[in-house]
Design a protein around this ligand. Structure first.
Ligand SMILES: [Fe+2]
Ligand SMILES: [Fe+2]
Length: 331
């Protein structure tokens, strides 16, 4: 486990005045766009917010490997299979960067993984939906990775250094993912009538869950205000959602597909698309664990963790052997 908590002891405030001075210094640094680094003093709530957000993000990357991983053995060509394997592997890498970023805040990877496996930790609601056709793989890349980029680009400027730096690399890879998804959709949309139907079906399934990925409306978002002040979250949920709709609707039109929203219309005066009401009850249900595949996703992660136990044990035994050898050489 990272030893940051011990390192920070020297700068613990000893009185309320000290604490106020530390808060003022911290807030001035954030306001001046300076990055906060792991050994810097930070308010307990800033640390807790980051642990919650970064770990939810890490879990989402890891659980997000499952809906597409489901299609690796059935990808239609060898080329598609290679691309999909690389994409799913990228998501595993994103999870690893993010768990490392969370560890710099004084929580161990074991604790983080335990929170996911026992069902305590949240992850993105979208990964609890099924992928019944190959077109769903295209729709995930286009819409889900597309929404992720929209959410994550502002995080590259997040005030916490390790998170911001992880996001720069992750965003570069997500943009490849988005393009590979769109290219699958384009191929299907230009294919046979059956392929076009498949593409439309996938858009119908993923459109609304993608809009939910930006989180509850600003008026109901419990964490947004403080996160914006501390420059963890720099753009509001509703603003990001609107950007996504404005960006994605013309792409659907180019594909010749219909966005499944009868209320969708262009508003020339505002320069934005207006869209219909989101079913927040469905979102709440999925978040509470009652989505189509919540139970299967956690069961799959638990099985993978149990099956990987021998790898973790072997790695620890190997590290122990190396340590003993080095100690023997030094003696
Ligand atoms: Fe990712
Ligand atoms: Fe991705």
């Amino acid at each position: 486990m990272y030893t940051q908590a011990l390192d920070a002891l020297g700068s613990l405030p000893t009185s309320a005045t000290d604490e106020q001075a530390l808060v003022s210094r911290f807030e001035a640094r954030v306001a001046a766009e300076q990055k906060i680094e792991p050994k810097d003093w930070m308010p307990a709530r800033y640390r807790a917010t980051l642990i919650r957000q970064i770990s939810q993000h890490a879990h989402s990357e890891i659980v997000g490997m499952l809906p597409e991983g489901n299609w690796i053995t059935r990808a239609p060509t060898l080329k598609r299979k290679c691309i999909l394997i690389a994409k799913v592997q990228d998501e595993g890498g994103h999870g690893a960067y993010l768990y490392s970023a969370a560890e710099t805040l004084g929580i161990s990877r074991e604790q983080l993984i335990e929170q996911l496996l026992c069902g305590k930790a949240k992850y993105s609601s979208i990964f609890n939906y099924p992928t019944p056709t190959w077109a769903d793989v295209g729709a995930i890349g286009w819409l889900v990775d597309g929404a992720a980029i929209m959410n994550q680009i502002p995080l590259c400027r997040c005030s916490y250094g390790p998170y911001a730096r992880a996001m720069v690399r992750i965003c570069r890879e997500e943009s490849f993912h988005q393009r590979q998804g769109y290219e699958i959709m384009l191929t299907l949309a230009r294919g046979t009538p059956e392929q076009r139907r498949m593409a439309q079906g996938a858009l119908d399934r993923w459109w609304w869950p993608s809009l939910m990925m930006f989180g509850p409306p600003d008026a109901q978002s419990t964490h947004s205000g403080e996160s914006q002040r501390w420059k963890i979250k720099r753009v509001s949920n509703d603003e990001l959602r609107q950007r996504f709709v404005d960006f994605t609707v013309p792409q659907a039109e180019f594909l010749g597909l219909k966005v499944p929203d009868p209320a969708l219309k262009w508003n020339a005066a505002s320069g934005h698309y207006e869209f219909g009401a989101i079913d927040w009850q469905e979102f709440e249900q999925v978040l509470k664990g009652h989505g189509p595949l919540n139970a299967e996703r956690i069961a799959a992660r638990r099985a993978a963790h149990a099956e990987g136990a021998w790898v973790r044990e072997a790695a620890l035994a190997h590290a122990e052997k190396q340590r003993a050898r080095a100690a023997g050489r030094a003696a």
